[in-house]
Design a protein around this ligand. Sequence first.
Ligand code: SAH
Length: 227
Amino acid sequence: MSTAPNALQLAGIGMTSARARQRMIDRLVSRGISDEAVLMVMAAVPRHIFVDEALSHRAYDDTTLPIGYGQTLSNSYTVARMTSLVKECSALESVLEIGSGSGYQTSVLAHLAKQVWSVERIAELQDRARSRCRLLSLSNVRFRVADGHWGWAEKGPYDAIVCTAAPDAVPSALLDQLSPEGGVLVIPVGDQQQQRLMRYRRYGDDIQSEDVEEAFFVPLVNTQVPL
Ligand code: SAH
């Protein structure tokens, strides 16, 4: 985003209007998203400001969108699904997001959680995500440039961790940073051929896992060292 959108652009008109957003919500409902709070937040957050202005007319389509640096903004169903999967088993006091990307998922979480911590390896993407959150007056998000494989230990444990890029195997640091009282991690696991969306819950030292559905995410890039 080169310049900050004005009030009219922020509210949206035509293909980016509240009506376009409502059509997106109707589609989410028809695909089985039923959490009222998640639907309300997604009806309110202007998704079109999270992509380049040239793509904003496609922001409410049922599709992933490029955000630069070879990364993508997840489609609306995926964001709604991941958010619902953590919300249905947590009060979302403290949430860690791995993969800030455009900041859209971050913003949706910030409306539902008390505090959001978000980690991203590409500083330029995170800078834009931060400005968008500021534009929306979201004051409960903190960002950090780092390799998400290591989580953000100092701020944990977390009630919920949402990982929006796929590792080959679940990073043990993320399980370690879950609250032992039912902390929940939602994460795609696998390679670019086959991925599963998984949900893990931690009770003390016991980890329960649930295979939710097929997933399609960009890889969680392995940088080997904490950034
Ligand atoms: N939640 C984002 C989706 C971004 S796509 C949104 O709503 O737009 C996944 C993001 O994960 C990308 O921005 C990518 O740069 C980031 N990513 C990939 N590997 C990472 C790693 N090892 N550590 C932190 N972020 C990573």
